[in-house]
Design a protein around this ligand. Structure first.
Ligand code: SAM
Length: 292
C-alpha cells in the first residue's frame, strides 16, 4: 500500500525535506484530511472511465486519490518549486502528468488532445487557489470545452454566491452568470482546520455541470450578461437607475426602456436582486425589441 501524502505528519515532513514553504499569494493551503480527499473524488464521480484535469496539485495530496480512481490525470501547477516534490510523490502513479502551467493561460484544448485518448469523459477537479476562484470558474465556463463536470473546493462565501437565489444578500451577477449556464450543487462543507496552513474561513465543495441550454432564452448571451452586470452595478440603487447608467439617460433611451419594462412586466423601482434569470431574459428580449 502506498502511504497517504496528506496526513498532517507526512505533509510537514515532505515540505521540510524539500525546504518548501507555502506561498500565500498562490493560495497554497494543502488538504490534510483524508476523509475530505476521498469525499471530493466521490462527489466528482471519478472512476476508471474518467480523465481528470486537476488545477493546482500542490504536493499531490488530492492528485494521489485522483490517480487511484481515474484513468488519466493531468495536473496543472503554476509553482515551479513544487515540481521536484511532485516528481517524487507522483512517482508511483504512471497515469499522472504534471504540467508547469497557469490554468488561466494554458491551452487546455491542446493539452487534452495531447494527454487524453478521447475515449473517457473529462472532469475538472480541484482544491482551488482562493485568490482566483472566480476568474478560474469564468474561464472554465467560457473556454467551451465539454467537461462532464467541474468539482471544486472554494471559500464558503463564494459557494454561497454561486448557489444564491433571488432575494438573498448573496445573489449577484456571478450567481446568474454561473446558474445560467451550469447546474450548481453543494456536495459538502469543509472545516478550515482540514488544511495546512489553515485559511481564515471554512470551505465548500461545489459540483458544476453544463446545462444542455442556458436558462436565459436570448440570442445574445454576451449582451444578456452585460444587462445583468449593469443591473447589479450599484446594488442599492433601483433597476431603473442602473439601467440608465448602463444604456443612457437621453429621452429616447428612457422611453424605450420604459416600454421594455412595461412589456416584460417588471417594475422599474425594483432592485436587481429581486429578478430571476428568466425575469432578466424577458427584460433583455423586450429591450432588444425596443432597440435599446
Ligand atoms: N491540491 C492541493 C491540495 O488540495 O492540497 C493544493 C491546493 S492549493 C489550495 C492551490 C494550488 O494551486 C497550489 O498548489 C498553487 O500553487 C496552485 N495554483 C495557484 N495559482 C494557480 C494557477 N493560476 N494555475 C495553476 N495552479 C495554480
Amino acid at each position: 500500500d502506498i502511504p497517504r501524502i496528506a496526513t498532517p505528519a507526512r505533509t510537514h515532513a515532505i515540505m521540510e525535506r524539500f525546504g518548501f514553504h507555502t506561498k500565500k499569494h498562490l493560495g497554497q493551503n494543502f488538504l490534510t484530511n483524508l476523509d475530505v480527499l476521498s469525499g471530493i473524488v466521490a462527489a466528482a464521480g471519478v472512476d476508471e472511465h474518467s480523465d481528470v484535469i486537476e488545477i493546482g496539485p500542490g504536493i499531490g495530496s488530492l492528485t494521489q486519490y485522483l490517480a487511484e480512481a481515474a484513468h488519466q490525470v493531468l495536473a496543472l501547477e503554476i509553482d515551479e518549486a513544487l515540481l521536484p516534490v511532485l516528481d517524487e510523490t507522483m512517482a508511483p502513479y504512471p497515469n499522472v502528468t504534471v504540467e508547469n502551467q497557469d490554468v488561466l493561460t494554458a491551452n487546455l484544448r491542446a493539452l487534452i488532445e495531447q494527454h487524453f485518448d478521447g475515449q473517457h469523459s473529462v472532469k475538472v477537479v480541484a482544491n482551488l487557489p482562493y485568490y482566483i476562484t472566480t476568474p478560474i470558474l469564468m474561464h472554465l465556463m467560457q473556454i467551451d470545452i465539454d467537461f462532464e463536470s467541474i468539482t471544486v473546493m472554494m471559500q464558503g462565501e463564494v459557494a454561497d454566491r454561486l448557489t444564491a437565489q433571488p432575494g438573498s444578500k448573496d445573489y449577484s451577477s456571478l450567481s446568474i452568470a454561473i446558474q445560467n449556464q451550469m447546474t450548481v450543487q453543494v456536495a459538502f462543507t469543509v472545516n478550515r482546520r482540514s488544511f495546512v496552513p489553515a485559511p481564515n474561513v471554512d470551505s465548500a465543495i461545489i459540483v458544476l455541470q453544463r446545462r444542455a441550454e442556458p436558462l436565459a432564452d436570448v440570442d445574445d448571451q454576451a449582451g444578456f450578461n452585460r444587462l445583468v452586470r449593469g443591473s447589479f452595478a450599484s446594488r442599492r440603487k433601483t433597476l431603473w437607475n442602473n439601467l440608465q447608467q448602463l444604456y443612457g439617460k437621453d429621452a429616447d433611451t428612457k422611453a424605450a426602456m420604459t416600454a421594455a419594462l412595461a412589456d416584460s412586466d417588471i417594475a422599474p423601482g425594483l432592485r436587481a436582486e429581486r429578478l430571476s434569470i428568466t425575469d432578466f431574459a424577458r427584460l433583455f428580449n423586450s429591450l432588444q425589441k425596443q432597440h435599446v
